[in-house]
Design a protein. Structure first.
Length: 475
């Protein structure tokens, strides 16, 4: 028997085809890919060819673009139900709060899984596992939501919940699923590729790990302790297709393809109509040009980001500060050379947070950056708790990535001189992920929000060019 296991992850609310970053011999290029109509069309074609097909979504599904944020996830429900995945897990899906996630889950035709999410009384908030059967073959699925939700994400996301790594729960669920007759065990995880590798190194009995969160494009499955692990980029640009040959209740062969979702693929007319209905009220902001960029703006680099350089210059301009911080978010479709629309600005910050200022000592700035570098590069994967490195404007940081916690930063320059640790600096930022609440004094939330200040910045700087000097430099 041949079993197909299909997978998407980290779509982040990108309902329609959109720009995505790729590479050729010239460097960075932009292609138009993705869109649920083409994802649905491909899934339908594969299901028609082989009914022994399961389809999973790795989460970051209900949040990430303006239509989804405006409706608190509501508008994507009919689209997801039209495609009908077999299960999903979550991260930013908790962005509207746990109770809202529960309300949305009731409208879905498929379960949200999470064996590592607990209520205050110690009971499971979500269903931990599912069992599926195809031609007598039983496939057990264990879900893991992002362990970082109650640790580094905005407080409302994990209100009243506790999130674990799953490393203690997974072996118990493997045992239970196999006791129920599971021939294949799948781990559907939003912890991230490094964390999933670490878990698989310690836990036996997983056949397939569908990994998410870190936006890796894995073109060939990586084998860890008998498990095959895959991850499919982000924004719905790819779909992973695993084909398992199962004979006498055991897996005899694996085949895998990472399929780019482009216009050459079949399209579901039903799903396309649902997408068009959601996007119709937002057509104006996709066409309204506010300015231009002479460089591709994106967030696909671990240390520095041209897209966040634009965001930080805008908030610094609005607050008349020279130093600015934002989180190292991974989500956000790139902006190609040319026009910048209002919709692009919402893709940069779909939650449209207020701009804030705070006074930090130089010592606090260094401590905050060292903390962020440890959360990004911790040698223990379960200590890695965030996206990319914090985005910074106005400072140049020379660092050694291989150094131990607290000692990675060699120098911090501000205006061509070393940052003075005893001096107080007024800085601007967006969200508590930009500057955590435990740092600084005289924290003030301004009236203007991120999208407005980016609009104002483009009025004064209609053609944006990113800074040539990057904030973080490896030495």
């Amino acid at each position: 028997m041949k079993l197909n296991v299909l997978f998407i992850n980290d779509v982040h609310g990108y309902l329609a085809p959109h720009p995505e970053l790729f590479y050729d011999e010239t460097g960075e290029i932009i292609e138009t890919v993705g869109g649920y109509a083409h994802i649905a069309g491909l899934v339908e074609a594969i299901r028609d060819e082989n009914p022994n097909t399961l389809f999973f979504d790795g989460g970051d599904t209900l949040h990430g673009t303006k239509p989804l944020v405006d409706s608190k996830g509501e508008v994507i429900i009919p689209i997801l139900n039209s495609i009908n995945p077999d299960a999903v897990v979550g991260h930013w899906d908790f962005g509207y709060g746990p109770e809202r996630l529960k309300a949305l889950a009731k409208q879905l035709r498929f379960p949200i899984l999470g064996c590592n999410v607990y209520k205050e009384n110690g009971t499971n908030f979500l269903r931990p596992t599912m069992m599926y059967e195809k031609e007598g073959i039983k496939i057990g699925v264990i879900g893991i939501c992002a362990m970082i939700i109650d640790k580094v994400m905005p407080e409302r996301m994990g209100q009243g919940l506790k999130f674990t790594s799953g490393i203690h729960e997974v072996p118990l669920h493997i045992k239970n699923l196999k006791a129920q007759g599971a021939n294949v065990v799948v781990l559907l995880s939003h912890n991230g590729f490094p964390q999933d590798v670490a878990l698989l190194e310690h836990v036996k009995g997983i056949d397939i790990c569908l990994s998410a969160h870190t936006h890796n494009r894995i073109y060939k499955p990586i084998e860890i302790n008998g498990a095959r692990i895959v991850q499919c980029g982000c924004h719905g640009a790819f779909l992973g297709k695993l084909t398992l040959e199962i004979d006498r209740n055991s897996i005899k062969n694996f085949d895998y393809k990472l399929i780019k979702i482009n216009s050459a693929l079949p399209k579901s007319e039903t799903t396309e109509r649902l997408v068009e209905k959601v996007l119709k009220p937002y057509q104006d902001i996709t066409k309204f040009v506010l300015g231009y960029t002479d460089t591709i703006l994106h967030r696909y680099s671990t240390l520095n980001s041209t897209m966040d350089n634009f965001l930080l210059k805008a908030i610094a301009h609005a607050t008349k500060t020279e130093i600015a911080f934002s989180n190292g978010w991974r989500f956000g479709a790139p902006i190609g050379v040319g026009a910048i629309t209002e919709n692009d600005l919402y893709n940069i910050t779909p939650m449209n947070p207020p701009v804030s200022t705070v006074e930090l000592t130089g010592a606090e700035i260094k401590q905050m950056l060292e903390e962020n570098l440890e959360r990004t590069f911790c040698k223990d994967p379960f200590g890695q708790m965030g996206g990319y490195v914090k985005r910074v404007l106005g400072l140049q940081i020379n660092m050694r990535i291989e150094n131990p916690n607290g000692h990675r930063i060699q120098e911090i320059y501000y205006k061509d001189s070393h940052l003075k640790y005893e001096r107080i600096y007024k800085v601007s930022f967006v969200t508590s992920q930009g500057v955590p609440n435990k740092y600084g004094k005289n924290r003030r939330e301004h009236d203007q929000r991120a999208v407005v200040v980016m609009k104002e910045y483009l009025k004064n700087n209609p053609v944006f060019t990113p800074d040539k000097i990057q904030s973080f430099r490896l030495v």
